[in-house]
Design a binder for this molecule. Structure first.
Ligand SMILES: [Zn+2]
Length: 227
């Protein structure tokens, strides 16, 4: 699963909980940030094999610390706790359910990965591996990514009042994510090294976080300038 993860970020953000979209963009990919970092450190292992599955070249044969069910739950609790602590220290407004929502956003990553991945997700440590393997079916997997993303964006737009210009920016951002997914699923390319792949993960995911941050600033300045 790739851009489909962001559907959860868009869907979780409401006017009531006021969780910044960029924070949710980090949350839904938190497990992959840990994974990419651990692969760079040589602790988790990845093979990039052309044609490994129809929709992905990633053979994540050893990623027990970022992607086992047990550690996914632990990372979700850690993320919820960190958000709660940071919010309390900075005195920002948040309702009681917000840390729980952050935790669920982090955990949603594992559930969506479970649908797409071949049987490479361990229940604990590196054993009892599960995965429904939708990546073996390229078109249905692509359709699910796009349907999820579109649904998430539709919820975001209906549940958050915003100026038209920002609405346009959100739709443009969503379109860009669709194009990125088309490139990832359908454009043939040579297999990169494991290090280059996870470096790309860090770069692209962080770029999306920055865009999510920028999008929610659109129209804000104009409002505050109004006397
Ligand atoms: Zn993942």
């Amino acid at each position: 699963m790739f851009v489909g993860h962001y559907s959860v970020a868009f869907a979780c953000r409401t006017e009531r909980n006021e969780i910044p979209l960029w924070v949710l963009f980090v949350a839904v990919q938190f497990l992959d940030y840990i994974w990419a970092t651990l692969v760079l450190l040589g602790i988790e292992k990845l093979r990039v094999i052309k044609g490994f599955t129809a929709g992905s070249m990633l053979d994540s044969y050893f990623h027990p610390y970022s992607h086992s069910l047990v550690t996914a739950v632990i990372w979700s609790v850690v993320a919820a706790f960190v958000y709660k602590t940071v919010c309390s220290r900075h005195d920002c407004h948040y309702s009681k359910s917000v840390p729980l929502m952050i935790g669920l956003a982090v955990f949603s990553h594992w559930i969506l990965d479970l649908v797409a991945h071949p049987r490479d997700l361990a229940i604990y440590d590196n054993t009892w591996k599960v995965g429904f393997g939708l990546w073996n079916y390229r078109d249905p997997e692509f359709a699910l990514e796009i349907a999820l993303l579109a649904g998430g964006i539709a919820l975001y737009l209906t549940r958050n009042a915003m100026p038209t210009i920002r609405k346009g920016a959100v739709i443009a951002f969503g379109t860009a994510l669709v194009i990125v997914q088309i490139g990832d699923t359908y454009v043939p390319r040579t297999a990169l090294t494991d290090t280059a792949t996870v470096t790309g993960v860090w770069v692209f995911y962080t770029l999306f976080v920055l865009i999510a941050f920028a999008v929610e600033k659109i129209g804000v300045r104009t409002k505050s300038n109004t006397p």
